[in-house]
Design a protein around this ligand. Structure first.
Ligand code: NAD
Length: 442
């Protein structure tokens, strides 16, 4: 099998992978439940089906994406035909996080394979059951020298990072992202860093509050708030706040019942360390709704926190859990003061009926991506790039862009021999005026 140059061989491997994943779908769903009680619905929507659909899309489009692309030639090279060839980088290291442990490991892997690379995948040690099933699936599908899984913790990751790679694709936290970038710099290895940030969700006084509450509750508390693009905090026009908080409370109860701990639709915090980190952020007197915790079950209720100051613990870093601070503003300057306090976030959401306000916010702030009048769903459109900017990440992927991410774009000019214009060749004597004229004309 020659995956580097033979598209049919790559396709064959991906078709096999699709078959193996479909065969093991129930085991994947069970593993995700066992790791942190991810509800089956969420497991299907955001993990297995997402990966299956990505695979189908890649298999369908692979020939088209891999074909050299003819581009308009430069008149300076006349006569020529110009192409972009997609070349596999070679050996790719993929390091995955725990929060969407199947999808965030498999999707980059699919594209790396589609683009003709060899892959080593390091899944998260915090979701051991999911890592185990990933290893099983990969071992059943690929030869070791094509795709290999290296399970283990930080030490395995560090060991892998000390080796030389042709591309590193990392999804995880900002501090570890910096470690990866430093390791990559040693060998000038290109990287994609899919990181996190403090994602604002702005609501003005024209917004449909009831619908906003419903969409925010879904985007925030899916996966128990452990989503890199979940709204991190709300910034709402002061007069609307009380009304909005009541709607939020109602929507939480509607989704998860009076006691979310008993809901089959509510996941758990990944481990005790993260539970402690989150539990520490809860200031009891600021809790408007929720706030219940249970360490044995790694449970933290969907929690609304009222008017916590920007200096409070919860407003220091990305929350990455089911706690939602609700801050109010009176004017645009106050929005700006808060948003500008943080590094560029991975996403931003704005709820408004005022088109001008929405445009102003979208254009004023730099962030990875986001939505007007919804949360999180920009992730699901494969035609949109997914990635951060500044501290929230480097590079982007999804759909065709994923294939391009794992391909070096090689520029080729195919020059014809039937004509060879003499202008560019030395000696240049008497040619300067003519070239200046020509360049001006072009
Ligand atoms: P993490 O950075 O702690 O771990 C990610 C991976 O890096 C794991 O496989 C881990 O083993 C490895 N790792 C951890 N410490 C390391 C070290 N010192 N040296 C080398 N490797 C190390 O992240 P996490 O806790 O798994 O995930 C949560 C973070 O990931 C959040 O910040 C979240 O926003 C971010 N995230 C981003 C995206 C995205 O697509 N942009 C998606 C999911 C999660």
């Amino acid at each position: 099998m020659n995956y580097k140059t033979n598209i049919a061989h790559r396709k064959e491997a991906l078709i096999k992978l699709l078959d193996v994943i479909i065969t093991h779908e129930n085991e994947i769903i069970e593993a995700l439940y066992s790791d942190f009680r991810k509800p089956a619905f969420e497991a299907v929507l955001t993990e297995t089906n997402y990966v299956i659909s990505d695979l189908k899309d890649t298999i369908k489009n692979l020939n088209k994406w891999a074909k050299p692309k003819r581009v308009f030639p430069s008149i300076l090279n006349f006569p020529s035909t110009d192409y972009i060839y997609k070349e596999p980088y070679g050996k790719i290291l993929i390091i995955a996080p725990w929060n969407y442990p199947f999808q965030l490991a498999l999707c980059p892997l699919i594209s790396a394979v589609a683009a003709g690379n060899q892959v080593v995948l390091k899944p998260s040690e915090l979701t051991p059951k999911t890592s185990e099933i990933i290893t099983k699936i990969i071992t059943k599908t690929f030869l070791v020298n094509h795709v290999e899984v290296m399970e283990g913790g930080v030490e395995v990751s560090q060991k892998l990072l000390s080796q030389r790679w042709d591309y590193i694709f990392f999804t995880g936290s900002v501090p570890v992202g910096k470690i990866v970038a430093k390791a990559a710099a040693e060998n000038l290895t290109p990287v994609t860093l899919e990181l996190g940030g403090k994602n604002p969700c702005i609501i003005d006084n024209t917004a449909n509050l009831k619908l906003a509450a419903k969409r925010i509750v879904w985007g925030k508390f899916i996966n128990a708030g452990q989503t890199c693009i979940a709204p991190d905090y709300i910034l709402i026009q002061k007069d609307m706040k009380n009304h909005f908080m009541e709607f939020m409370k109602l929507e939480i109860i509607k989704a998860y019942g009076e006691n979310p701990k008993l809901s089959p639709d509510y996941a758990r915090i990944i481990n005790e360390k993260n539970w402690l980190r989150l539990a520490n952020m809860i200031e009891e007197k600021k809790v408007f709704f929720g706030g219940h915790t249970n360490i044995e079950e790694c449970y933290i209720a969907p929690t609304l926190v009222d008017e916590t100051g920007v200096d409070s613990l919860i407003m220091q870093d990305e929350i990455f859990g089911p706690l939602l601070p609700i801050l109010s503003y009176e004017n645009d300057a106050e929005i700006n003061t808060i948003i500008s306090k943080y590094e560029k976030p991975l996403s931003l959401y704005v709820f408004t009926e005022d088109k001008k306000f929405a445009q102003k916010i979208i254009k004023k702030y730099s962030f990875g991506g986001g939505c007007i009048n919804d949360t999180v769903v920009h992730f699901s459109n494969k035609r949109l790039p997914f990635g951060g900017v500044g501290h929230s990440g480097i590079g982007a992927y999804h759909g065709r862009l994923s294939f391009d991410t794992f391909s070096h774009k090689k520029a080729i000019v195919k020059k014809a021999n039937w004509l060879d214009l003499p202008m560019r060749y030395a000696p240049y004597k008497d040619k300067l005026k003519s070239i200046q004229k020509l360049l001006k004309w072009l």
